[in-house]
Design a protein around this ligand. Structure first.
Ligand SMILES: [Zn+2]
Length: 404
């Protein structure tokens, strides 16, 4: 920093560099992973704020973060304890604006995506949060006039290095960006043509996260009184949210099932007796926006440094059996899923009334990673009784307390 001194020249006028007091722990940096030791703010690049405002406008995102020029290597999203910051280097921004301004849109849209999806950015769910930010970026690019086609956008994206590329399986990043682009394209087409999503072919072409059971999970059906006080599906969601957050499951994905919804917890590492491991050892990361088969495929490819036991809960609230085959979804709900991307329960689904036929169930998947193969495999021989998983995780107690 001393090489630069404390004065910088920008648009002909000298600018005093101000030290920035921002906690950088929760972050995503677009092209490199580490910040400089000390941060200063200097020299604005006014076009950056305009581009961020444009990205927010086309995606309908309320800007709950401040755009600040700083001595960062590229651009990054940072969540301080009090505020959200989109930090950018004016030098980096100027380079991209000179070379190809669209490259700057790509990086900024990705970082806006982290705020739009309310990410923690503490690295615990790095893959899930990066893939979700990429999916958001695909949505934004679809609406920006500078991006004329999806293949063109994907090619362009490859021109600038991305800090977390090594987390993705080959060509997977393009899939997440494409999913966002195609979801927006589907929405535009379905809005222009009310019957668009009534066609199964069109639905299948869209990245709707419909949940289907695969593999060998074991079910547990909660007593009816657990959800007896709930009038709507949103009430059931709230009940589950409270229990899940209390037990440390503060990241999960929403999926559609007929007349209801499913919530998947992240895969967690457990002891032989079903107790979750402490701290970082507990969690596994997985990509966002994939269907359940996709997650199982992904997990089967994960290499583990050591053997262990793992678990995944799928909560299902529905008045029907959980589909094992693809089922038709009505166009209204399909549109909601397109908008929600599975990060929360869509309002339209939440409004649905809970009938006496609705049941709350949980499906438990067990996985093991053996010393020999070091890959996570689904374990179908019922290592632990279902009730042990429910009591050792604390779910049984947390949900029983809600009985009326
Ligand atoms: Zn990111």
């Amino acid at each position: 920093m001393l090489l630069f001194g404390f004065y910088f020249f920008c648009t002909g006028a000298s600018v005093v560099a101000q030290s920035l007091d921002i906690d950088l722990f929760h972050h995503c940096l677009y092209s490199v992973e580490n910040f400089n030791d000390r941060l200063y703010s200097f020299g604005e690049e006014p076009r950056v704020k305009a581009m961020v405002a444009e990205i927010c406008a086309v995606t309908g995102v309320e800007q709950d973060f401040e755009v600040v020029s700083a001595t960062v290597p590229t651009v990054g999203a940072v969540r301080d304890s009090t505020k959200n910051y989109l930090l950018y280097s004016p030098l980096y921004a100027q380079r991209l604006l000179d070379e190809n301004p669209r490259l700057l849109y790509v990086a900024l849209a990705h970082e806006v995506g982290h705020f739009a999806r309310n990410h923690r950015l503490d690295g615990k769910f790095r893959l899930k949060e990066e893939t979700a930010a990429d999916e958001f970026m695909g949505r934004a690019l679809f609406h920006l006039p500078a991006f004329t086609s999806l293949p063109f956008s994907l090619e362009l994206m490859g021109l600038e290095s991305f800090a977390y590329d090594s987390l993705y399986a080959p060509r997977k990043r393009a899939e997440f960006v494409s999913a966002g682009w195609l979801a927006e394209e589907g929405l535009v087409r379905s809005n222009a043509n009310l019957g668009y999503l009534d066609s199964k072919e069109n639905q299948d072409a869209l990245p709707i996260p419909a949940f289907k059971l695969h593999g060998c999970p074991r079910p547990f059906h909660f007593p009816q009184e657990v959800i007896a006080s709930c009038e709507t599906l949103a009430d059931v969601d709230e009940l589950l949210q409270v229990a899940l957050q209390q037990l440390g499951y503060d990241r999960h994905g929403y999926f559609h099932v007929p007349n209801g919804f499913a919530i998947l917890t992240p895969i967690e590492q457990i002891n032989a007796d079903g107790q979750a491991l402490k701290g970082e050892d507990r969690w596994e990361d997985y990509p966002a926006g994939t269907d359940y088969q996709g997650i199982l495929d992904y997990l089967s490819k994960l290499l583990r440094p050591r053997e262990g036991y793992f678990r995944l809960f799928v909560f299902v609230v529905s008045d029907q059996n959980v589909p094992r085959e693809s089922e038709k979804m009505d166009s209204g709900k399909a549109k909601d899923w397109l908008r929600s991307g599975g990060d929360r329960l869509p309002v339209q689904i939440g409004k649905d009334t809970v009938s006496s036929q609705h049941k709350a169930s949980v499906f438990i998947y067990e996985f093991t990673a053996s010393k020999a193969v070091q890959r996570i495999r689904e374990y179908c021989e019922n290592r632990l009784p279902v009730i042990d998983h429910l009591t050792k995780s604390g779910l049984e107690q947390a949900l029983s307390r809600r009985k009326r």
